[in-house]
Design a binder for this molecule. Structure first.
Ligand SMILES: *Cc1c(COP(=O)(O)O)cnc(C)c1O
Length: 396
């Protein structure tokens, strides 16, 4: 037998973390890494945050899980807080991002069904998007590595070029249910939607009776310096997918919707055994206690501006490698003049800096959101040293 007990779907690297301390990960041999990947934008309070740890420990000892057939004081409380802070009127809790996307797709289809328009079931999504790995989520992306071999995918999806409003409009027909979009594409390489594109999609959705579904799983939850990224565009969605940061490392996601958009989601239409259980809610409450404060958001913005400035200053010193910086808040990407995966590996293996590769030759910088100036300085130092010691691979 050659297959590994862990199904070999990941290209796992040599970092084997066994402990975390704030912005640092510690490996099996005691080696330390500055963690500016944060579990891909998940550990927004860093590792071992005392408030989050205590909330989980206390709740685990009190009540971990009960069925969703019982009343949920814990779920009601966190849902109410999210409703109070957002466009949404109602929340469905999931255990992951892709399940939040699944719930969003179902909510949109069911909305049109409940309105007597079951033919309006086609979701328009965008090139290089990433929405997760369920059949619904891979049907909404055009990336062959995620789709190949899994056909037949779900019918009722059209993928059009990102940031191309004319293409989005041309894809609308009598069967169009809604748009599904990441305001800032994460896996696609920290690629922000333009203001014109976001406003345009909102207007098109309104004009054609479609729903606007935002996937803020990576860009939401304080990552860009506002609670959600769409706030900076001055628009609101009808449905929004949230995950990653919302649990700070505890598996938690959510699908938020307006009352109107959720009008088809009545008793019996959807469910999840674990979704929103007391343990997950305790984690969600502890994270929101911290990131829900304006002070916290202001600090993300301040640290994001510092980091961005420092990256921009560094670029001309290494212009054989670095091209540009993009993104918002602490969701930043350095575009390289060459593919990014081997530079990410070089930073990791030789300079103790964890970042994440993204599409379009981008190195993603996704630190915990409670970092301090010293972490930024250390990141820049490691990046500069990494750029100096890096031998750019010969173009193939
Ligand atoms: C990570 C991610 C997902 C999938 O989340 P999972 O928890 O891995 O299912 C979906 N959409 C976006 C934008 C993401 O970044």
């Amino acid at each position: 037998m050659t297959i590994t007990p862990l199904m070999p779907v990941y290209p796992r690297c040599g970092v084997r973390p066994v402990r975390g301390e704030g912005a640092y990960l510690i490996g099996e041999q005691g080696e330390r890494y500055l963690d500016f990947a944060a579990g891909i934008a998940v550990n927004i309070l860093g590792h071992g945050h005392p408030g989050l740890v205590k909330a989980i420990a206390d709740q685990a000892a009190t009540l971990m899980h009960v069925s969703n057939l019982y009343g949920s004081p814990q779920g009601e409380h966190l849902a109410q807080r999210l409703v109070d802070k957002t466009f949404a009127d109602t929340v469905f809790f999931t255990n992951s991002g892709t399940e939040a996307v699944e719930c969003a797709i179902k909510t949109a289809r069911r909305y049109h069904y409940a309105k007597g328009n079951p033919e309006k079931n086609r979701i328009i999504s965008f090139s290089n998007a990433f929405h997760g790995r369920t059949m619904g989520a891979i049907s909404a992306t055009n990336q062959p590595k995620m789709r190949d071999g899994f056909e037949p995918l779900l019918p009722g999806f059209t993928v059009v070029p990102f940031n191309d409003l004319a293409a989005a409009e041309a894809a609308i027909g009598p069967d169009a249910a809604g748009f599904l979009i990441e305001p800032i594409q994460g896996e696609g390489g920290i690629m922000p939607a333009t203001q014109e594109f976001m406003t345009g999609l909102r207007d098109l959705a309104d004009k054609h009776g479609m729903l606007l579904i935002l996937d803020e799983i990576q860009c939401g939850y304080a990552r860009t310096g506002t609670f959600f990224a769409h706030e900076q565009y001055g628009i609101t969605p009808d449905i929004m997918c949230v995950a990653k940061g919302i649990g700070g490392g505890f598996p938690l996601g959510a699908c938020l919707a307006t009352e109107e958009a959720a009008s088809g989601m009545v008793i019996g239409t959807h469910g999840s055994t674990y979704g929103g259980n007391p343990l997950a809610m305790a984690a969600g409450e502890a994270v929101l206690d911290v990131v829900g404060e304006q002070e916290f958001l202001d600090n993300v913005k301040r640290m994001g501006d510092r980091l961005r400035q420092a990256l921009e200053q560094m670029i001309p010193n290494h212009d054989h490698l670095f091209e540009s910086v993009r993104g918002s808040g602490l969701m930043l990407g350095i575009r390289l003049k060459t593919e990014s995966r081997s530079f990410v590996a070089h930073l990791r293996d030789n300079h103790g800096l964890l970042t994440a590769a993204g599409g379009d030759n981008v190195v993603r910088i996704l630190p915990p959101l409670n970092i301090e100036e010293s972490h930024i300085a250390e990141c820049i130092e490691k990046l500069s040293a990494g750029a100096r010691s890096y031998k750019v691979p010969e173009a193939a």
